[in-house]
Every structure is written in structure tokens, then in C-alpha cells.
Design a protein around this ligand. Structure first.
Ligand code: DGY
Length: 321
């Protein structure tokens, strides 16, 4: 008998065919049932593959009587109660590396879109307002010579910084672990967190979400940013006080912001939707054909390894401690 695997939503056809070949596959999407119901009805399932938008808490983990692995289809895994899974000896894995270039591209795309007012300009033209070249038409912020403050010099932070070098930006960073190797190789400058916030022309967030850093960007921190600075978040929405950011943007106390993530996803703060100085994306950081296929493959590889009694290749940090 093939081992049973629960996939919460459809991903690409090829990896789904692969899952069907090797496992008895149960897909939650389209069943009209919740994840909890499906897990409850399939207590023999040995693996669960969830999406980042789905909360996998103690309740669901307890229903998975025979679960050996929760293979998250994302690099971030704040949707999973990892401590409890670990207590229950259930592996938790994620999909690092494969989505790094795509996510860094989106950070860079947001930096460009906000600084050069790309979306606003496109809308302006479509509304028939382009009546000729003008010295003051859609003037944005120069990137060359600007200081980009990277918060979190992990894989995606670094990939974003390397892209920004191509735009002649100066890179400053704050990270839990100081990277003197990168400082030497790329002339990055390390700064304490609050110093970085007040010194940067663009602040870009690249740290994982956790209860300790909820609203890392609160009123006090946002208020340290330069009045003409740009705030970029492609990490997680709960790292920022979204309502306060909206208030600041409305009062033009920042040049702009570019967001791919939101505090109460998929809800977006009502005020942000009315503003021209913010570019809003629907959490598409990893959304390229290449990275989404690679992410799916990683979930399958991790499941196969766990069910074969091996340590899966992408266990999350908490399992390495
Ligand atoms: C992830 O995988 O955690 C990213 O947020 C996807 O964009």
C-alpha cells in the first residue's frame, strides 16, 4: 500500500502526477472540507504539504495521528507551530534557496517601481493625462548613490543587495549575524538596527516573522525613517504596523512604500488602496515558473526522505538546534 500524503491546494500538474505515482494523494482544495476535517478523516496520512497562507497549529497537528512530516510549500514557516510539531517528532521542512532570485527580483522591482513612480505613471498615461514631456512630470528618486538598508542579510537580503550594487547603490545592513566576509567582498557596511533605519534612503525587510519581531516597524521605528525614504517589505506583513505605515504614507511622511505582504493577508489596509505612493503586490515574491516548480519538487523530496526514515534535506532551523 502506498503511504498517504495530504496536499492542501493544487500546485503544478507535473509534481502532482509525481505525488500520485508514489503516494496515495488526498487534496483538500475542491473537497469542500477544511484542512482539519481532511486530516481528521485521514488519520493514516504520513505527510502534510501545506501552503504559507494556512495555519497549521496544535489542533491540526494533533489530528494527524501518523504524521511524520509537514513539508511547507514556502521558505517562511511562521504558519506552522514548529515547537509543537517538534515535540510530536514530526519534521517541518521549507523550500529555501530555489525562490531566492525570484524574491530578490520582486524586492528590486518594488524599489524601482516606487522610486521611479512606474505604476503611477502607467495609470496617468492610461487616464489620458499625458500631454507632453515635462521637467516636473513624474519625478522620482535617484537610485545611484542612494543608501539601501537591508534588514536581514540572509539569502534573500544578500541577493537583493547584489542586485542593488548593479544600480550603484550603497549597501548598509543589519543582521543578527555580522557578515564581515560580505563587508570585505562587497563593501557592505554593518549598522545597528535603529541607525540603519535613520540613515537609509530605502529600507528593505528580509527577516523571518516570529512573535519577537511582530511590529518591528512600529510608530517609533517608522518615525526614524527619512521623510523622503522608501519602505519595502517582501518578507512578512506582521513585521510592520500596516495601519501606521498607511497613515505615514497618507501624510507624505515617506516618499513611498512597496509591499508584497500584509498583516492580515489577503486583506490589505483600506487606506493603502487609496494611495498613489504605495505599490501593492499580491504576495508574488516566489511566483516564477522556475521557483514554483522547484518549491513543489522540494516538498516531494522532503516527504520522500522523511517517509524513508531519513532526515529530510530542508528541515527548518528549530530542528538543527
Ligand atoms: C515564502 O515562500 O515564504 C515567500 O513569502 C513566498 O513569496
Amino acid at each position: 500500500m502506498k503511504p498517504k500524503v495530504i496536499l492542501t491546494q493544487y500546485y503544478q500538474d507535473e509534481p502532482i502526477a509525481q505525488l500520485r505515482r508514489d503516494f496515495e494523494l488526498v487534496i483538500v482544495e475542491g473537497s469542500g472540507k477544511s484542512i482539519a476535517q481532511v486530516v481528521k478523516e485521514n488519520p493514516d496520512a504520513q505527510a502534510l504539504i501545506p501552503f504559507l497562507s494556512e495555519k497549521i497549529g496544535k489542533d491540526i497537528i494533533d489530528l494527524g495521528k501518523n504524521l511524520k512530516i509537514i513539508a511547507n510549500y514556502a521558505v517562511g514557516y511562521n504558519n506552522i507551530d514548529v515547537a509543537y510539531a517538534k515535540e510530536r517528532h514530526i519534521w517541518v521542512t521549507n523550500t529555501p534557496d530555489i525562490l531566492t532570485p525570484a524574491t530578490a527580483d520582486i524586492a528590486m522591482a518594488l524599489i524601482l517601481s516606487v522610486s521611479r513612480r512606474i505604476i503611477e505613471s502607467d495609470q496617468f498615461l492610461r487616464e489620458g493625462k499625458f500631454n507632453g514631456w515635462g521637467a516636473n512630470l513624474m519625478v522620482g528618486k535617484a537610485l545611484n548613490g542612494a543608501t539601501l538598508g537591508i534588514i536581514g542579510m540572509g539569502r534573500i537580503g544578500l541577493a537583493t543587495a547584489l542586485r542593488a550594487i548593479g544600480f550603484e547603490m550603497n549597501i548598509v545592513y543589519y543582521s543578527r549575524t555580522r557578515r564581515q566576509d560580505l563587508e570585505q567582498q562587497y563593501h557592505f557596511t554593518y549598522m545597528p538596527f535603529l541607525d540603519l533605519v535613520s540613515a537609509s534612503d530605502i529600507v528593505s525587510l528580509h527577516i523571518p516573522s516570529s512573535p519577537q519581531v511582530k511590529h518591528l516597524f512600529n510608530k517609533e521605528v517608522f518615525d526614524l525613517m527619512k521623510k523622503d525614504a522608501i519602505f519595502i517589505n517582501v518578507a512578512r506583513g506582521d513585521l510592520m504596523d500596516e495601519a501606521y505605515l498607511a497613515e505615514k504614507l497618507e501624510k507624505n511622511e515617506l516618499f513611498g512604500a512597496g509591499l508584497d505582504v500584509y498583516e492580515l493577508e489577503p486583506k490589505v489596509h483600506e487606506k493603502l488602496l487609496q494611495l498613489k505612493n504605495v505599490v501593492l503586490l499580491p504576495h508574488i515574491g516566489s511566483a516564477t515558473d522556475k521557483s514554483r516548480l522547484g518549491m513543489a519538487q522540494m516538498t516531494i523530496d522532503n516527504v520522500k526522505q522523511a517517509l524513508a526514515g531519513q532526515t529530510p534535506q530542508n528541515i527548518v532551523a528549530e530542528f538543527k538546534m
